[in-house]
Design a protein around this ligand. Structure first.
Ligand SMILES: Nc1ncnc2c1ncn2[C@@H]1O[C@H](COP(=O)(O)OP(=O)(O)OP(=O)(O)O)[C@@H](O)[C@H]1O
Length: 289
């Protein structure tokens, strides 16, 4: 079942588009948006939350566009999970969660704290009296308060150390709520997202089942992301192409960094079907391995 759908969405600030002609469905099993800083992940998430109106294209919620949807129902059903730093430092944890509940139901606050693996007595504390991992659990409890069908998570674990990260990922994996997850961390999408989309310079360059995409990337950028994951005790990742080059304004946006670019890449490749539920925008997709 598709909960939300972006249909040929272009997004920007002022007149400057930063996400170009993106189509994607939020389906069961978790959907990941992967890409480096500035690739447009947060911008796309803001559009899915109804906080940014597309310059063109539509966001569909069921059979209605967000412009026409019942926004009260939508706001209950689709909840953001913000970074833990967004918690009000002056408010007690219990009040922060109660604020999200109708009539500030205190018994429900305790239930929610238990659901995210926290001692309900922590409700009396303020955010600075909790660890980073505990704070992130509070943020998740707050998002779950209204019983959403979909969580939109922006780097939910990036501020945490690896062992705490793993516990938060276990918690998220155990929830029966759908999720759209934004991250630059491939291990996170591997754990939580059945399907992933790789964004580069505001364009989807590759999509497909996460496992297949990481096992056998069809786009050189996906491969570079995968190969850049540091391995403990391993050699540093091989530097390929010019990793610092800005995206090309014309043709394939990745071509200035791409180690296998050819003159044909001056023409922008379309996102095309690559079989097995995968799509890729690369003239050299067959040569990436
Ligand atoms: N409020 C804003 N006003 C103008 N430009 C913006 C605004 N927010 C983001 N941008 C620009 O839009 C582009 C995409 O930014 P976005 O935050 O969506 O990327 P991101 O992939 O989420 O990056 P990060 O991982 O660093 O959060 C960038 O070029 C950024 O400078």
């Amino acid at each position: 079942m598709t909960m939300l759908r972006a249909e040929r969405v272009t997004l920007g600030y002022g007149k400057r588009p930063v996400v170009h002609d993106v189509s994607l469905d939020i389906t069961e099993g978790g959907v990941g948006l992967i890409g480096e800083s500035g690739s447009g992940k947060t911008t796309l998430a803001r559009a899915f939350l109804g906080l940014l109106t597309p310059m063109s294209g539509n966001i569909w919620y069921g059979d209605k566009t967000l412009k026409k949807a019942d926004l009260r129902a939508f706001r209950k059903d689709v909840q953001p999970v913000f970074q833990a730093e967004a918690l009000d430092p002056r408010m007690r944890i219990g009040s922060s969660i109660a604020e999200a509940l109708p009539r500030g139901d205190r018994a429900r606050v305790r239930e929610l704290l238990e659901q995210v693996g926290l001692d309900p007595d922590l409700a009396a504390r303020r955010p600075h009296q909790l660890s980073g991992g505990q704070r992130q659990r509070v943020v998740i409890a707050r998002a779950l308060a209204v019983g959403p069908g979909l969580l939109i998570l922006d780097e939910p674990t990036s501020a945490l150390d690896v062992t705490v990260q793993a516990k938060i990922l276990d918690l998220l994996a155990g929830l029966d709520t759908e999720r759209l997850l934004i991250t630059h961390n491939l291990a996170v999408v591997e754990r939580l997202c059945r399907t992933s989309h790789v964004l580069f310079a505001g364009r989807i360059v590759e999509s497909g089942p996460t496992k297949d995409l990481l096992a056998k990337p069809a786009h050189p950028y996906t491969k570079a992301l995968r190969d850049a994951v540091p391995k403990l005790g391993g050699a540093p990742p091989e530097a390929r192409g010019r990793t610092e080059a800005v995206p090309a304004a014309t043709g394939c946006p990745y071509r200035l960094r791409c180690p296998i670019a050819v003159p044909e890449c001056e023409q922008a490749p379309a996102l095309r079907d690559a079989g097995g539920g995968r799509q890729v925008a690369c003239h050299r997709a067959g040569d990436v391995t």
